[in-house]
Design a protein around this ligand. Structure first.
Ligand SMILES: Nc1ncnc2c1ncn2[C@@H]1O[C@H](COP(=O)(O)OP(=O)(O)OP(=O)(O)O)[C@@H](O)[C@H]1O
Length: 224
């Protein structure tokens, strides 16, 4: 059997605020298998974003073990973490974080070039993804010329461009009205499933959570 995509063991994180220590994560254990789509629920401030930042290897300060595709990322140096991130992960946030001076297509091409994909292959992939998301007519638009739903679709295409083993999504449709959020989320899930990626999706939305394969909840620093 192949390695789990992620294995977290006793993941913990404290923050210090005004001399007081807040234990946000107090020993999180989680294993995600290839192709599994997991909803991460929890009240505001429970540590969902903190947990995604740990798995995304975006911040230090954590204790415990983070394994990505069989590699112990907790021991990796900064350069190794960057490589692990590029080769394994895709990110979608509540706000699109697209590069404002680049077109929709360029925003989806760039992460592929960073991984060494040829420009022509990257263009084919960008058009395939943007086409599947109904944006074939928006390739040359810049983010500011797109609607909120279109911007999030481009962000989804960018996250999936390199067929990451794991997509980390933090309230990916939290900034959209309900109807658009439902549509974009369905498209996101369809594409993630279609390419066999796994996903860990932080959300407040129980309705969206119910569409995923498994739901985990953060409560008092642990998963229940
Ligand atoms: N850099 C930081 N310094 C100090 N405290 C922090 C820092 N980052 C997060 N926290 C605290 O950690 C707790 C968890 O924050 P986090 O953003 O992970 O929660 P969340 O579950 O994602 O919340 P939300 O649903 O509102 O986005 C909060 O109490 C927050 O104030």
């Amino acid at each position: 059997m192949s390695n789990p995509v992620v294995r977290l063991t006793s993941l913990a994180r404290n923050f210090e605020q005004g001399g007081e220590v807040i234990e946000v994560l107090r020993g999180v254990d989680l294993t995600i298998q290839p192709g599994e789509i997991v909803a991460l629920l929890g009240p505001s401030g429970s540590g969902k974003s903190t947990m995604l930042q740990a798995v995304g290897l975006l911040e230090g300060g954590f204790s415990g073990r983070i394994e990505l595709a069989g590699t112990d990322a907790s021991k990796a140096n900064a350069a190794e973490r960057t490589t692990l991130r590029r080769e394994n992960l895709g990110f979608v946030y509540q706000f699109h974080h697209l590069l404002p001076d680049f077109s929709a297509e360029e925003n989806v091409i760039l992460p592929q070039l960073l991984l060494g994909v040829s420009r022509s292959d990257a263009e084919v992939r960008a058009r395939e993804l943007l086409g599947a998301l109904g944006l074939a007519h928006r390739l040359t638009h810049r983010p500011s010329q797109l609607s909120g739903g279109e911007q999030q679709r481009v962000a989804v295409a960018r996250a999936l461009a390199n067929k990451p083993r794991l997509v980390l999504a933090d309230e990916p449709t939290g900034n959209l009205d309900e109807v658009t959020a439902d549509k974009v989320f369905a498209e996101f899930l369809g594409l993630v499933r279609g390419q066999g990626s796994s996903a860990l999706v932080a959300t407040h939305n129980e309705r969206l959570a119910a569409r995923m394969d498994r739901v985990v909840r953060l409560s008092e620093g642990r998963l229940i």
